[in-house]
Every structure is written in C-alpha cells, then in structure tokens.
Write a protein that binds this ligand. Structure first.
Ligand code: ATP
Length: 467
C-alpha cells in the first residue's frame, strides 16, 4: 500500500468535513443561522469534552499544586471596574462610509498592510490607515470614519427593568472569577504559595471581526490558570510554564513544527501584563495566536483589594510574612485549540486499497486522547451470529472507552468513515471469529491489520491507545 501526503490542508477542507460528519454546525441553523455562532454536534462535543478532560488531567489532577473552581458567568459590575475591563477592554473600530462594513483597525493594518499593529493607539492606527489610503476590502471605496473605541463586553440587566445601575456583563474572561475567589480558596484548602487555581468555562466577547470558522467566536470557552507566586520567582515560574504548555501540546499530539512562541513587544502588552508570550500556530491564514502566557504581576489582586476593601494578602506562617502574590497566567480557548487539532490531524492521502485500487483517503490523525471514539466495532455481516458477538465486545469495551458500533454498508466504506472521524482502531468480527475467538484490529494510521484473541483485546487496545 502506498501512502503520499497531498497538498496542504485548507480551511475549506476542515469546514466541509466538520459539516459532513457532524462536528460543527452553524448556530440556529434552521432559522438561517446567527452570524458567527456555532453549535458542536455529536463528534465536536466529544472532542471538546476530551480537550477539557485532557487539560484538566494534565494541569490539575497530575499536579499537587493546582486546584479547580467553577465560577459564574455573571459577576458584579465592580469586578470589571476593578479589573480594568470597563475602561480598557476595547478594540479599535473603523467603518467604511460607503458600504458601512466594519473592521478592526488593527487587523486591517496587520492583514492588508502587513505591518504590526497590536497595542497601537487609536491615533497611531488612524494615521497609518490614512497614510496608506487603503481601499475598503468589501466595496473598494476609500472613505473611512475615524478609528474609534468599542467595548467588547456583552451587557445585560439584572431584574425586569433596564434601568441604570442594573447593568451586568457576561464575563469576557474566566480569570476574574479566580481572583475574586482567591481568598475563599486559600481559606478552605491547604494550598500554599506557589499554587494555582484552574477554571474552564464560557466567556463572551462582542468581537467586531469574528470569522475564520471557529478561530474567533463570540461565545468561547476558556481554560485558564492563575498561578500565585512570590514576586521574586516570576521569571523562573514563567519559564516553567512555557515548558509545561509545550509539554501539554505534545501530550495531545500537536505537531511541534507548526507551533512557535512569540514575545510581545513592550507597547503591545495588555494593561495588566509585564511579559506575555503567545504560542502561535501556523493556520492556513497565517501564524496566529493559539494561546497566551502572561505575567499579570499583582495587578488584579491589588485592584480587587482596593475596590472591595477586603484584605487579599497572603500570610506565610513559616516565615511570618504577609504579601500580595504575583500571578502567571496560561490561557487558551477550547474552540481555537479544537480548530488547531483538526487542522493538524487532517490528511488526504493517495493510497491503494487491498485490491490495489487507488483512492484518496481522508484521515484525521487525532491523538487517541482527543479522538471522539477510541475504537469502532464492525461485524463483517449483519448475520445475528456476528452482530451478537460484536455487541458482546461493544458492551465490554464501553465500560472503559467511547466505542462506535456500525453494521451498515461495506467494510471498506465503514473503514473510510472511521478514518474521517479519527477513530484510532477498528475491530472487525468475521466468520472466523466464531471459530478462533479472535478479531481483526486495524490501525487507522498505518492501515495495518492484525489478528488478536478476544480475551486479550482489552489489554491490547489499552496498551496501543496509551502509546
Ligand atoms: P486575540 O488577540 O486573538 O483577540 P487575546 O489576546 O485577546 O486574543 P486572551 O484574552 O489572551 O486572547 O485569551 C486567551 C485565549 O483565549 C486566546 O489565546 C485564545 O486561545 C482564546 N480566545 C480569545 N478570544 C477568542 C475568541 N474570540 N474566539 C476564540 N478563542 C478566543
């Protein structure tokens, strides 16, 4: 069997696969969709769950120094005043006066003029765009409004009346729940600095230019850790987290050659950060941020201490010392990581089948930790002797892993379907099985098949899935 990698993966390939196989659907689909919202279908929701579980296992369960919380989406308005989001969480916005198309000014500068723009002031962006006399990508006219600020937080109201004073905001990041619960956690658990608090949850951003499928969405799920340290330890802790993040990406099977780190320039740092390093991935539309690592200093705890009037200092009994911890924050979005994993795993290959017939095989080489199903059980025919035996195996395997059962269509088509959805192993039950109590196990990546005794099947799969 010959195997060749065809041309590079495009967004169109991923979008088509996602729709065809039920990974991701447009939100509110039967009503024509709601712009830039997405729903995750049976396979997409399994992958999301696997991403969350892998992250939690790696950073919380496998470590002794990190605990989790699950905070609310609505927080007191004062939280956003203290965190700076009410005053600082803005994107620079510009409108075409002719067709009214709206853009993020910094994205226009980066993507159309190929110049850096993150962290630039409104005036600087305005000057760059005016000087370049850029044409509107939608209509070609060159009449623009000035660059203005646009707050990214979704606002709603508590109670039945939309009166002033009742405004609340859907959280634009999960981090602030952690800071406002920091004291609760230190008082109710045995954590000692250095320690971390982890959280996975929804965040909402009224992004001006979402797009590129699920790369930038309005409703995202963040996986964040606030890691509390002594100020003098920030540089070594930062290095530790750069490595820990790289280890995690390897652990879930991301290709290192499509990943790189990028240090933020001083003038593009967020208002709270002293150092930020992005992990970037080579998307089909260029190198873009996959995740961030930020040294937030003691900014957040200090702000919350001042605004709430509650003492948030940490008392170190062994040294009889009181101080405000500093914080290192690794943060990543589930949807963006899911897109990255799909792009990384997607392959189209020229292969020949068992009868030497050439065909193009689409295969998702997802890591077993991430694959929606770990194994598919496929009886060769629908004869009850075979399906009965197959179901016995399914029932047994389902006690410990996600198993797909499929008895429809030819075996070749069933293999192709499992390749497309990334199932690492197919187990085929044939008439010989009834005689020799063995099954054929097919490896998704090599397409190699071998015969395994049913009595050993569980152990063999467990061992191969853990590789
Ligand atoms: P960007 O520069 O792309 O807007 P950001 O620097 O504002 O992102 P952070 O606030 O650091 O992002 O959020 C942490 C992580 O959350 C990002 O690295 C990304 O993985 C994810 N993320 C942020 N915004 C979105 C979004 N609108 N859609 C999907 N994922 C997002």
């Amino acid at each position: 069997m010959s195997v060749d990698q065809r041309p590079p993966v495009t967004m169109e390939m991923i979008v088509a696969l996602a729709k065809r196989r039920g990974f991701i659907f447009p939100g509110s689909d039967i009503y024509g969709g709601l712009a830039n919202t997405w729903d995750f279908g049976p396979l997409g929701s399994e992958i999301k769950r696997n991403i969350r579980n892998a992250w939690w296992q790696f950073f919380v369960h496998q470590r002794a120094d990190i605990v989790g919380i699950d905070g609310g989406i609505l927080l007191h308005s004062k939280v956003w005043e203290a965190s700076g989001h009410l005053n600082e969480f803005f994107d620079p916005l510009i409108d075409c006066r002719n067709c009214r198309a709206r853009y993020r000014a910094d994205n226009l500068v980066e993507d159309r003029l190929d110049r850096p723009a993150e962290g630039f002031s409104l005036e600087e962006l305005d000057a760059i765009l005016k000087e370049a006399n850029l044409a509107c990508p939608a209509c070609g006219h060159r009449e623009w409004t000035n660059v203005r600020q646009f707050n990214l937080m979704f606002q709603t109201h508590l109670g039945p009346l939309e009166e002033s004073g009742t405004e609340v905001y859907l959280r634009p990041e999960t981090a602030q729940n952690i800071f406002v619960n920091y004291k609760n956690v230190t008082q109710t658990t045995r954590v000692k600095v250095p320690f971390g608090i982890a959280q996975i949850g929804k965040a909402f951003r009224n992004e001006i230019t979402p797009g590129n499928f699920i790369f930038r969405v309005l409703e995202l799920e963040q996986m964040e850790i606030e890691y509390f340290i002594r100020e003098q330890d920030w540089e070594t802790t930062f290095e530790h987290w750069l490595n820990a993040k790289a280890d995690f990406y390897r652990w879930i099977g991301l290709r290192p050659d499509r990943l790189r780190t990028r240090e933020h320039e001083q003038d593009e740092l967020s208002h709270y950060s002293k150092r930020t390093v992005d992990f970037e991935y080579e998307f089909p539309f260029g190198w873009k941020e996959l995740s961030g690592l930020a040294y937030r200093t003691d900014f957040d705890l200090r702000q919350h201490q001042e605004h709430s009037g509650v003492d948030l200092t940490y008392y170190d009994q062994s040294n009889d010392e009181r101080f405000l911890p500093h914080v290192i924050e690794p943060a990543i979005g589930v949807e963006r990581l899911l897109l990255t994993l799909l792009l990384d795993a997607y392959h189209e290959e020229d292969v020949t089948d068992v009868n030497d017939k050439p065909y193009v095989r689409t295969v998702l080489r997802l890591h077993p930790r991430i694959a929606p199903f770990k194994v598919a059980v496929l009886p060769l025919s629908r004869k009850p002797e075979l399906t009965g035996r197959a179901m016995e195996i399914v029932r047994e395997l389902r006690t410990e892993m996600a198993v797909e059962y499929d008895e429809t269509q030819s075996i070749g088509r069933r293999y192709r379907r499992q390749d497309e959805i990334g199932t690492p192993f197919c187990v085929t039950i044939d008439f010989d099985t009834l005689e020799d109590n063995a099954v054929t196990v097919r490896d998704r990546d090599t397409m190699v098949q071998d015969r395994i005794a049913i009595a050993e099947l569980g152990d063999v799969l467990r061992e191969r899935l853990a590789r």
